[in-house]
Design a protein around this ligand. Structure first.
Ligand code: ZN
Length: 377
């Protein structure tokens, strides 16, 4: 389980970009071309299928004669649009029951992006700038450096609804991971009103400022829905929502990074509940749950992903415990399996065998820790 050696690490780095006016125009053109080629190729495929019942294999290159302005932008951006389309279209083609017809990309989608690939240094960083095909050197704020000897594979340039530009760089590098013989163990239980309850740490609650910002965002979104379509006020409110949304997302990400880093530095093995199904059951039965439902889910997923790679970099391990493991029903003191308190609204229970008093989540976290210890042995 804990093998030594070189491993290839893929990691994404996201930086803010500060394009010039000219570069902004080029970005806008590229966003537009990518959307256009995606939609055009999709509509041709759908038409062809309607007429012949067959699959059309079209490529961006075929359209460059008819639409010469496509040649002005990064051709790899168009190729990546084709790849995205192929993925959506093949899913639909192979399994139309589960995958709907690919949707057209709307101009109204305020979040624009395109991806391009590094080919022999066509994308590279130098002196607080990043070189991009057809765009040139764009100023960027590199708040942390790329790992030494890393290779840039693909980059995605995006513009947020509030008008900020970002680049996300997927890099690859070799990492020497030393094996860790696990000595310290931690169990985490997904908690409804916070991020987690831990076996050996305090409960991780979302900070107040984040809850407050969430509330402000929800209020701003309600207000937006009441504004008249196409009005000036609506546009102003849309921008306000977009800015708030970004701020909340950034704060949440920072919070999760900090928590994950803290735990990954302190423990060798961390066990978590494999949550997807259970979380939903908890939600349904738990009833009242005001602090953003989706926030909690996204938060947990994002958090456990961070935890997994932060541990892996140190030769440590995240262990997902089977979702059917009765973590909250076992008395962690004597091992008695409780069959009565299935009701999820019951937060505390007493073990009928040994008399221990249990907080449901804490008891679950301890059982998860012990199960992780058993698995990793
Ligand atoms: Zn007991």
């Amino acid at each position: 389980m804990f093998k030594a050696g070189e491993i290839i690490v893929n990691k994404a780095y996201r930086y803010r970009l500060y394009p010039t006016t000219e570069q902004k125009i080029m970005f806008a053109k590229t966003f537009g071309c990518v959307r256009f080629i995606y939609n055009k190729m999709l509509s041709d495929r759908l038409d062809y299928y309607k007429e012949t019942g067959k699959k059309l294999h079209n490529t961006p290159a075929q359209y460059k004669e008819e639409f010469p302005w496509l040649k002005e932008v990064d051709s790899l951006a168009l190729a990546n649009a084709q790849m995205n389309l192929n993925k959506a279209y093949n899913n639909f083609w192979n399994d139309s029951k589960h995958f709907g017809k690919p949707r057209f990309k709307s101009k109204k989608n305020r979040r624009a992006s395109y991806s391009t690939n590094n080919q022999k240094g066509s994308v590279r960083i130098g002196g607080h700038k990043v070189k991009l095909p057809k765009v040139g050197w764009v100023k960027l704020c590199q708040h942390r450096p790329l790992p030494e000897n890393s290779i840039i594979k693909t980059v995605t340039i995006s513009k947020t609804p509030s008008g900020k530009y970002y680049i996300s760089m997927l890099v690859e590098y070799e990492n020497q991971i030393l094996p860790v013989i696990p000595k310290t163990f931690l169990g985490l239980d997904f908690a409804m009103h916070s991020l987690y309850v831990a076996s050996d740490e305090d409960e991780a609650k979302y900070p107040d400022f984040l809850r407050k910002a969430e509330k402000r965002l929800a209020k701003a979104q309600r207000k937006l829905s009441q504004k008249q379509k196409e009005s000036h006020n609506r546009e102003k409110q849309r921008l306000r929502v977009a800015i708030l949304h970004e701020k909340v997302a950034n704060q949440r990400r920072d919070f999760l990074h900090k928590k994950a880093r803290y735990l990954a530095d302190r423990y060798d093995v961390i066990g978590i509940e494999d949550i997807s199904v259970k979380a939903m059951a908890k939600r349904k039965k738990g009833g009242k749950f005001s602090f953003g439902k989706s926030v909690a889910d996204n938060g947990w997923n994002m958090f456990t992903n961070m935890l997994e790679y932060k541990l892996a970099w140190q030769g440590k391990k995240l262990i997902k415990i089977d979702k059917w493991y009765p973590s909250s029903q076992l008395c962690h003191v004597c091992g008695y399996q409780n069959h009565e308190t299935k009701d999820l609204s019951v937060r505390e229970w007493d073990c009928p065998k040994c008399g221990s008093h249990h907080n449901r989540d804490k008891n679950a976290a301890i059982n998860i820790r012990e199960e992780a210890r058993r698995i990793s042995a």
